[in-house]
Design a protein around this ligand. Sequence first.
Ligand code: FAQ
Length: 346
Amino acid sequence: MYTQALDIPDQAATALVAPPSHLQPVASAAQARSQSHFDAVMDADGKIEPQDWMPEAYRKTLVRQISQHAHSEIVGMQPEGNWISRAPSLKRKAILIAKVQDEGGHGLYLYSAAETLGTSRDQMLEALHTGRAKYSSIFNYPTVLWADVGVIGWLVDGAAIMNQIPLCRCTYGPYARAMIRICKEESFHQRQGFESLMVQMQGTQAQRDMVQDAVNRWWWPVLAMFGPPDTDSPNTAQTSRWGIKRISNDDLRQRFVDATVPQAKVLGVTLPDADLKWNDSKKCHDYGAIDWDDFWAVVNGNGPCNKERLSNRVNAHTNGQWVRDAAQAYAAKQRARAQHDLMEAA
Ligand code: FAQ
């Protein structure tokens, strides 16, 4: 029930919401023209917009990736949200509330971008709530210390930026534009995390120990968050051809390691990897083996917090039903009033 299987609406669900006409298959000569327009846009590294024809597989891939990304943002509110009521000062609490709220906003931009592909938000949320949809593995780990909140900002947001900057150049216009705004906010998130850890590292030995403990627990899951090795990444070849994925999982992971090592030095923490060292011939760091069995266990629903994250999400959605009902009732009232005014004027 809690697995994170393929996140594409089944045919029955899709049939309930017919894709807009520009997304429906076009026939023969017209189809050839549409396909060659699409190919030309790909060759020129241009942008596909919602009104453009696109191959069904391109649309499905985008719905898969963008909805998983959106789910990650809203499930990702939980690990840090856990500390809002226990933040150590008013300043830290205000920053944390703003950050968690930003993540919710990122989810909204991304659901909106995915909706332009003809899949409804209800369909996407249904896939998440029934355990059919994936979201990032990283949000299935617990936040046991205040230091975990700083480490999420520094490392998780740092990894997210590394992965998401190239998505600002993705060939699907609405996704690319959403990512530009998201990356600006993620950059603030990363800095606030680093700054919070800096302050803790200048505190007592007990505080420094807690930061180190948090770094020890998050380092390896963060490296795995970039996705499986390139040799075991079935989607990379096609998404790279379509200009969705610009840099492979392993290359991004390597860039992240190289960028983070000097930051860890400034902070005064040790990255928990005995094999981590500079390789002068390759001009990058070597690092130890990632536990891919652990990664797949988490992706398949068996991480430390999968069940809790999903049930919190379903509860939040159920408890928010009255807000959606109220918004719809208000919109219906506005429509009726506008209709009435129109008839009065006629
Ligand atoms: N977790 O063939 P690939 C954030 C799945 S947002 C779970 O390499 P692809 C902000 C993958 O879906 C974090 N599943 O797949 C924040 C595929 O299964 P499928 C989310 C994973 O798509 C910070 C299978 O493995 N970011 O952190 C993971 O080419 C703090 C094979 O993999 C995005 O979603 C994983 N880590 O590459 C929020 C960015 N990795 O779908 C709150 C957009 C792989 O075929 C607080 N997404 N899988 O059934 C991407 O860039 C890509 O989708 C990748 C995966 C790189 C994540």
